[in-house]
Design a protein around this ligand. Structure first.
Ligand code: MN
Length: 263
């Protein structure tokens, strides 16, 4: 397969380079990634300024391009220009840090995969715990087996797979749904040397989604979580309820105008 690899941690990240090296043993790999870290930049794209691209020599056998763009920019450029519209699979990661629950909304890693999905290419986001000792090599080897054994044609249009690795030994993989895992925001106020107040944002994780097929629960059990995610954000349940409410409203207005005519 011709595989485009990107990430949001930047082109020098161990997760990305390990993945590229392992995938290149059996596939044709192209790396297009941000030159510096772009974590939590979501699905931003660069349209009001140029995107600089330079080829960097990391491996003898893998072309690697560093860009000033976001992960979504990198995938667009990688697929449409550098990869000459000849990419079979887009893989984003392996990210330093999980992308579970509401992380998906902010994640540059996941947006890299979503961009691939928007371009009609099977796409995966790969994320690992934020742990310096994480075994990226084992995770990359698992990923290589996964892309070869999993029927990638099952991935529907506009849809990507979001994978999260467990911290220790991998027991296997499980299909999951996105959880409601989220954060309680905290802002620490500090003062700069000139006397100006600035804030440092961080958060305490909230894990109160008890559905057994949730992404974070499966990861805690030692499995790779595999969640199919899509770009469509319409809430079908609420859509139907709103339709019913709109219908009731229409009926009320019709009855009122009927009563007026009769009166
Ligand atoms: Mn990141």
């Amino acid at each position: 397969m011709r595989i485009l690899i990107t990430n949001d941690d930047g082109v020098t990240s161990v997760g990305l380079l390990t993945l590229a090296e392992i995938f290149s043993k059996r596939h044709d790999v192209l790396v297009v990634a941000p030159e510096s870290e772009q974590s939590a930049t979501g699905h931003a794209i660069t349209v009001r300024m140029p995107i600089w691209v330079k080829r960097v020599k990391v491996f003898e056998h893998i072309p690697v391009y560093a860009t000033t763009g976001t992960p979504a920019d990198c995938v667009k450029l990688g697929v449409e220009v550098i990869g000459e519209k000849n990419i079979d699979l887009v893989v984003s990661g392996i990210n330093f840090g999980y992308n579970l629950g509401t992380d998906i909304v902010y994640s540059g890693t996941v947006s890299g995969a979503i961009e691939g999905a928007l371009l009609g290419i099977p796409s995966l986001a790969l994320s690992a715990p934020a742990n310096e000792d994480f075994d990226y090599k084992t995770a990359a080897e698992f990923s290589l087996r996964f892309i070869e054994e999993f029927d990638l044609s099952l991935i529907e249009k506009f849809t990507a797979l979001n994978l999260n690795f467990p911290p220790g030994q991998i027991k296997g993989w499980k299909v999951t749904r996105q959880s409601a895992r989220r954060y309680a925001d905290r802002f620490e106020a500090r003062v700069d040397p000139l006397g100006n107040t600035y804030y440092w944002m961080y958060g305490d994780v909230i894990e109160d989604d008890e559905r057994s097929d949730c992404d974070y629960i499966v990861v805690k059990q030692g499995y790779v979580s595999v969640t199919p995610i899509t770009v469509f954000m319409t809430n079908e349940r609420l859509l139907n309820r709103l339709r019913e409410a709109a219908k009731r409203e229409e009926d009320k207005i019709a009855r009122r105008s009927c009563a007026q005519e009769e009166g």
